[in-house]
Design a protein around this ligand. Structure first.
Ligand SMILES: Nc1ncnc2c1ncn2[C@@H]1O[C@H](COP(=O)(O)OP(=O)(O)OP(=O)(O)O)[C@@H](O)[C@H]1O
Length: 311
């Protein structure tokens, strides 16, 4: 089986620049079927650009992307029927009533699950008789989700779909997402800044930084790779104290707190003996890892698998 048959979504050395500004640079990504892939990146890192390139809404400057084997820039109607997309800003015809927006969208699809749509509208209390132009931002976002779900897509691409949802609507949405992927061939690409949502529903995480996918894999693997060390030496540490490859390191007298990636147990033992120090190792949550990587302008994670667990 070739890769395009195995992976519903592939980006192969995908690049996208706007005039002379590179946003994506030789980006590689392959999403396995049945995955909820959480896409995480700083504002302006290129998440929407990547999503639009995958959907054929932007033409790449280099490389290529395929969705269900079709070139993303030239998706067939049959492939489009297998995709649901919730954009960052949902646009509808503002003069249409909500129920007419739904009927109008349903008319484009040979298969439409009216019961599912009715259930979702009821759960989210969508005012079906209101004109869509009068909906609040959050209501419009739920309508966008309903419209993307009606044809029961195999691939659902969500670009910050929950930013404006209230906590109960967000919880409902996450529950629905969990139900949705309880199906071996359903795949979800989910871009959001709400890391706790990703910890709840994402089976894999892709970190987008500096135009590349810096890490793509299980959240647990990412947590295994990035750890916090608290080092207490028996004498003051020099201001120049550092750990090779540390993402960040703060020194205060005898104590140092460092965030490290891919440090081996031998490296930790070396710190203990060199500095006659107690070293405690702790886990970080996804938000802390994200902040470490972005706020401290940390070096990129090496694209290697961890060879030995730290701890
Ligand atoms: N049509 C465009 N023309 C010029 N520059 C653009 C265009 N679209 C996006 N950009 C630029 O590309 C960069 C990436 O934007 P993009 O919207 O993909 O980021 P993002 O990661 O989705 O951000 P956010 O998290 O804030 O939504 C930004 O610097 C943005 O200004």
């Amino acid at each position: 089986m070739n890769d395009t048959a195995r992976f519903p979504v592939i980006a192969d050395r995908l690049s996208k620049s706007f005039t002379d500004k590179p946003v994506l640079t030789n980006l590689d990504l392959a999403i396995e079927p049945g995955t909820v892939l959480g896409l995480l990146g700083a504002n302006g890192s290129g998440k929407t650009t990547l999503i639009k390139c995958l959907l054929g809404l932007l033409r790449p400057s280099g490389g290529q992307a395929t969705v269900f084997g079709d070139p993303a820039w030239d998706l067939s109607a049959a492939t489009k029927e297998r995709i649901g997309y919730v954009p960052q800003e949902v646009a509808t015809y503002p003069w249409m009533r909500v129920r007419h927006v739904i009927d109008y969208t349903a008319a484009f699809y040979p298969k439409w699950n009216r019961q599912l749509v009715a259930d979702l509208c009821q759960r989210w209390r969508l005012p079906l008789d209101d004109r869509s132009g009068t909906l609040s931002v959050g209501q419009l976002q739920t309508l966008g989700i309903v419209l993307a779900m009606g044809h029961e897509p195999e691939l659902l691409i969500l670009d910050e779909p929950v930013a404006s949802l209230d906590p109960s609507a967000r919880r409902e949405f996450l529950r629905m997402l969990i139900d949705l992927v309880d199906h071996p061939n359903r795949t979800v690409l989910f871009s959001t800044h709400i890391t706790s949502d990703l910890e709840r529903v994402a089976s894999k995480i892709a970190l987008l930084r500096e135009g590349h996918i810096e890490f793509c894999g299980d959240l647990d693997l990412l947590k295994d790779r990035v750890k916090r060390l608290r080092i207490m030496a028996d004498h003051d540490l020099p201001a120049s104290f550092g750990i090779a490859g540390a993402l960040s390191c703060q020194v205060d007298g005898r104590m140092a707190v460092a965030t490290v990636a891919d440090l081996s147990p031998d490296d930790i033992e070396a710190i203990r003996t060199t500095w006659k120090a107690d070293v405690t190792v702790s886990d970080l949550n996804l938000e802390e890892i994200f902040v470490e990587l972005h706020e401290h302008n940390a070096p990129r994670l090496a694209e290697t698998e961890l060879t030995g667990a730290i701890g």
